[in-house]
Write a protein that binds this ligand. Structure first.
Ligand code: HEM
Length: 392
């Protein structure tokens, strides 16, 4: 068995390949990626804890290539200390726990409206009607996008996500370029406005953020705002979709959650572990490094297989069993250490509310399409569509 994540059958089900890598080649050279892959929990964890050896790499910009709307500004994901430390400290101000807790009633309200539309016909697509629009609408409001621009904003952000899957079609590339430019211009104006006309939003918090005489530049705020879209939308969409898919595939687990609403947070953690929405993150070695499974030279690209670490039998008993009562606390689905996902509390909140509403405020549902088309990506794991039919 050869692990080539670019092959459709591997994207569809990478888990048997991961098991083989963990057992036979935990530090493996992957020819099609021209980089190394770490598949065991212990090695992935070591890499995440040692950013001075496993440096963040400039991949976010590269993934977007010429479609990157802010090519002149580094993305927070690509930065290393001390620049990263400064930007992250300021960015945190927009995502303080009390800000996220305060969002709960509004997330509930948005979810209620989206579910009403999902159920307005006998059959509805979870991705198009709920798991897709929920994170986009929430982040639009958090950033302070005016209500009348929310639809434009959603279109621009959908197009930016399209950009990350490297469209080859020239018409699509044009569309992505135009949307990137529109998003950039819109945010540039919004940022300027918030300097003189502050609101209760993340952009205002970022504009105000001032630490040790350090201010965020307009272009840093711009890059951060755009990253919040790219990093937070499709990932959260897939967390909700993967939860629904796995519940439908494991009826006994679905019954356990239906019998006990308090299990929903544990369900969310188990989906993050079992079917991680982000499967892979890249790093570059700053020096030669010796791991349990082998040596990696300096300057090498290394892929941390989060989806494999989360299924490592050395860490999680019976890792291939989907168990809604497991409540795993130390999975690496949100990374770990200095780049730990800024949006993790928000993603957890949105997923919990969406799943509670689906499971407890709606009649039982089934999925009307098999097999479901996977998203063609080596990074994110999810399905393009998930049509549901609700009982009368
Ligand atoms: C289920 C949903 C999500 C998953 C699985 C996820 C996953 C991740 C992972 C694995 C990282 C670490 C990347 C690295 O170390 O290279 C990360 C970082 C990040 N995430 Fe998320 N994410 C999710 C949702 C969100 C949301 C909702 C937001 C914001 C609205 C967000 C914003 C970010 C940002 C800004 C970073 C970079 C942090 C830094 O570099 O310091 N994410 N995310």
């Amino acid at each position: 068995m050869n692990y080539n994540p670019l092959l459709p059958e591997v994207m569809k089900n990478p888990f048997p390949y991961y098991t083989e890598l963990r057992n036979e080649a935990p530090v493996a050279w992957i020819e099609p990626l021209q980089g190394w892959a770490l598949s065991r929990y212990a090695d992935v964890d070591f890499a995440l804890r040692n950013p001075q050896i496993f440096s963040s790499s400039g991949f976010t910009g590269q993934t977007l290539g010429e479609l990157n709307p802010v090519p002149d500004v580094p993305w927070i994901l690509d930065m290393n200390p001390p620049d990263h430390t400064r930007l992250r400290k300021l960015a945190n101000k927009g995502f303080l726990p009390r800000i996220i807790r305060g969002l709960e009633p509004r997330v509930q309200e948005i979810t209620r409206q989206l579910i009403a539309s999902l159920r307005s016909q006998t059959e509805g697509d979870l991705v198009a009607k709920l798991s897709g629009p929920l994170p986009t609408t929430v982040i639009a409001e958090m950033l302070g996008v005016e209500t009348e621009r929310v639809d434009d904003f959603k279109r621009w952000s959908d197009d930016m996500v399209l950009g990350t899957s490297r469209p080859t079609d020239e018409a699509v590339r044009d569309q992505v370029r135009n949307s990137g430019a529109a998003l950039r211009d819109y945010f540039a104006r919004l940022i300027e406005r918030r300097r003189t006309d502050p609101g209760e939003d993340v952009i205002t918090a970022l504009v105000r953020a001032e630490e040790e005489r350090d201010m965020l530049s307009a272009s840093e705020i711009l890059a951060l705002a755009i990253l919040l879209l790219l990093a937070g939308n499709e990932t959260t969409t897939n967390l909700i979709g993967n939860a629904v898919r796995n519940l439908l595939g494991h009826p006994a687990e679905l019954a356990k959650v239906r019998a006990d609403r308090a299990l929903v947070p544990s369900l969310v953690e188990e989906v993050l572990r079992y079917d991680s929405p982000v499967q892979v993150i890249p790093r570059v070695t700053a020096r030669e490094v010796e791991l349990e499974g082998g040596k990696i030279p300096a300057g090498a690209i290394v892929f941390l297989l989060l989806g494999s670490a989360n299924r490592d039998e050395r860490k999680f008993p019976e890792p291939d069993r989907f168990d809604v009562t497991r409540n795993p606390q130390d999975h690496v689905a949100f990374g770990y250490g200095i780049h730990y996902c800024l949006g993790a509390p928000l993603a957890r909140l949105e997923a919990r509310i969406a799943l509670e509403s689906l499971l407890f405020d709606c009649p039982p549902f089934t999925c009307t399409r098999e097999p479901l088309p996977p998203i063609a990506s080596i990074i994110v794991r999810g399905v393009q569509t998930l049509p549901l039919r609700f009982a009368a």
